[in-house]
Design a protein around this ligand. Structure first.
Ligand SMILES: Nc1nc2c(ncn2[C@@H]2O[C@H](COP(=O)(O)OP(=O)(O)OP(=O)(O)O)[C@@H](O)[C@H]2O)c(=O)[nH]1
Ligand SMILES: [Mg+2]
Length: 140
């Protein structure tokens, strides 16, 4: 079903040079289904490059098989992906607690930090105020 939805999506595009997949590496779905789909997609669409964004679990552990799942899914990424970006949940939690002083420290807070970081890497842009400052420095 996911595979069908993906091929329908590709049919509607003039060209699809790349695709990125965001997945947790430690659980069942992100690690198991994510690796399976990546393998299937790379077989079916040889011309599409895949960038995988993998979320590493907290070191102290929440899922009993997390280390095992992470090693297996990393192996699948190395075999099939053209680019791998790793996000460490421990580091993200530290940013939430120590830098942003978030009290709630929920998964939503962490995901907000992650999306901000990904947007900065994947869609780099300068906000209007900063742009004005840079250009006025260049003019002087
Ligand atoms: N930052 C972040 N980490 C997540 C998120 N979902 C899962 N994780 C991490 O991935 C680990 C595994 O989570 P699971 O929910 O078991 O993984 P899953 O891929 O959704 O697979 P299921 O077992 O089917 O739920 C968690 O212990 C977290 O460390 C999320 O939305 N944000
Ligand atoms: Mg889950």
């Amino acid at each position: 079903m996911i595979s069908n939805a993906y091929s329908k999506l590709l049919e509607n595009l003039d060209s699809a040079p790349g695709c990125f997949i965001l997945q947790s590496l430690a659980g069942g779905t992100g690690s198991g289904l994510g690796s399976y789909l990546l393998e299937e997609f790379t077989d079916l669409y040889e011309d599409v490059s895949f960038l995988n964004i993998g979320v590493l679990p907290h070191q102290t552990g929440e899922v009993i098989l997390q280390s095992y799942n992470t090693v297996l899914s990393m192996a699948s990424l190395y075999r099939n992906s053209q680019g791998i970006l790793l996000i460490e949940n421990d580091k993200i939690q530290e940013i939430c607690e120590k830098l942003l002083m978030k009290k709630s420290n929920s998964i939503n807070d962490m995901n907000e930090v992650i999306s901000h970081q990904l947007a900065s890497v994947l869609l780099p842009c300068i906000d209007a105020r900063r742009k004005k400052k840079i250009f006025s420095t260049c003019e002087n």
